[in-house]
Design a protein around this ligand. Structure first.
Ligand code: ATP
Ligand code: MG
Length: 416
């Protein structure tokens, strides 16, 4: 074959697309009742935006970004995630001046140069949500509850909601110290990247996927033991509200996120049905990010769902195709033009109409109608045109109804 999709990319075709649309529709419906509005952001951004927010020593920035120079010599990156672009837009358009809470959602492709494997792509789609302006953990609990409603609504079962708190800039120095003390004597067991991270950003060592590093950091102190009073109170609040809202969850003190901007609440939703790539959604709070981007201090929290990881978990029964309401078989050139007009008039009434375009025989036209699964068929011949009358044949039951060539009459017969 001459041309193929790039490595790690995929085409999404019917009937799989029906599952994608189903998830998107459910999500939109649920976002609406929680007051989230859609935003569409560019896929390209200045590279700095991601370095500044996700962090220089994160895997995404160090290894996974699609970065290039445009013809004007600027460094451009295909967005690897949505939050950084969102916060750029939030500050750029002064959205912080709107009434709080400010709630937004987006759907679209993200790009990461990762090693492709099952459920891990280089272009993948996320449905993300961001809620701004509220520090209270009630918002965190509500957002996680909304996420559960979307995933359950889409048809997913047996999901684990893991939550933790990763503290803020006040508790982080003490935690960093404790972590460095723990790692110091074991440094030789870590990869080169982690040895470098030890000096500049030791927290990132907790997110390294190299097996030796995972083994060497075993038993490291959890952040949760080092939370300041405020973060501890916030986390207690979150747990309380989640229980109150009956969102089943577990506390995972070892949960770390691959992005530097998170503060306090962090969470991940996993499915045991996926094997090693089991995170279907993840998110957290980022109370310092707006300020970092030059906006006023404004707290925020968000999540992103990985579409490619939830689509396979949704029952194939949703792939039920839809079928044309009517297939029109014209016999000659004059009837063929009549078919074209008739189809347009019927479509104006919301019906799905297919016609035959070429000069094939009636037998072959009927075969085409069958292959498309058309629910009804009419044959347009010289006689039919002269009498302005056709027979609508129901392809399932075989029943035939004679009706005049009048749009309302035809619709009645098709819908019968
Ligand atoms: P992972 O640990 O699997 O690499 P992550 O922590 O890098 O995930 P996030 O940045 O939190 O992922 O993105 C949120 C969600 O997006 C993930 O939970 C996952 O469902 C999805 N996702 C992330 N990277 C990919 C990818 N390369 N291919 C498909 N889905 C992805
Ligand atoms: Mg990743």
């Amino acid at each position: 074959m001459k041309y193929k999709t790039l490595k790690g990319l995929q085409d999404i075709l019917p009937p799989d697309i029906l599952i994608w649309q189903h998830i998107e529709t459910i999500s939109r419906d649920i976002f609406k009742i929680y007051g989230y509005q859609e935003i569409r952001l560019p896929i390209l951004e200045s590279t700095d935006i991601f370095i500044r927010s996700i962090g220089e020593t994160s895997d995404i920035v160090e290894k996974e970004m699609y970065t290039f120079q445009d013809k004007g010599g600027r460094s451009i990156t295909l967005r690897p995630e949505g939050t950084a672009s969102f916060v750029r837009a939030y500050v750029e358009h002064h959205l912080y001046n709107n009434a709080v809470p400010q709630k937004y959602y987006y759907m679209g492709p993200m790009f990461r140069y990762e090693r492709p494997q099952a459920y891990r792509y280089r272009q993948f789609y996320q449905i993300g949500a961001e809620a701004m302006g509220i520090e209270d953990p009630k918002l965190d609990a509500e957002l996680i509850s909304m996420l559960a409603r979307i995933l359950n609504g889409a048809g997913l079962e047996n999901l684990n909601f893991e939550i933790t708190s990763i503290g803020c800039k006040h508790c982080r120095p003490a935690y960093k110290n404790a972590l460095k003390n723990f790692l110091q004597s074991k440094l030789n067991g870590f990869c080169g990247d982690c040895q470098r991270r030890f000096e500049i950003n030791p927290l990132r060592i907790l997110d390294c996927k190299v097996p030796d590093c995972i083994a060497s950091r075993h038993g490291s102190p959890p952040v949760i033991d080092y939370l300041c009073e405020e973060c501890k109170g916030h986390f207690d609040g979150l747990k309380h509200y989640l229980k109150m809202l009956r969102v089943p969850h577990t506390i995972n003190p070892n949960l770390v996120r691959g992005l530097d901007y998170y503060t306090k609440t962090a969470f991940e939703v996993t499915s045991e049905s996926l094997g090693s790539q089991k995170a279907v959604a993840a998110g957290g709070r980022y109370d310092g990010l707006v300020n970092e981007f030059g906006g006023p201090p404004a707290p925020g929290i968000g999540f992103a769902i990985g579409m490619e990881r939830i689509v396979p978990l949704i029952k194939d029964s949703l792939k039920k195709s839809e079928y044309p309401d009517l297939f029109i078989c014209p016999i000659g050139p004059e009837e063929s033009e009549e078919a074209l007009i008739l189809a347009e008039q019927l479509r104006e009434n919301g019906l799905w109409i297919e016609i035959n375009y070429d000069k094939s025989s009636l037998k072959s036209q009927m075969r085409k109608a069958g292959r498309l699964g058309a629910r009804n068929v009419i044959v347009l011949g010289e006689d039919e045109l002269k009498k302005r009358e056709v027979v609508v044949k129901d392809m399932m039951s075989g029943t035939e109804v004679k009706t005049s060539i009048d749009i309302q009459e035809l619709i009645k017969a098709i819908k019968a």
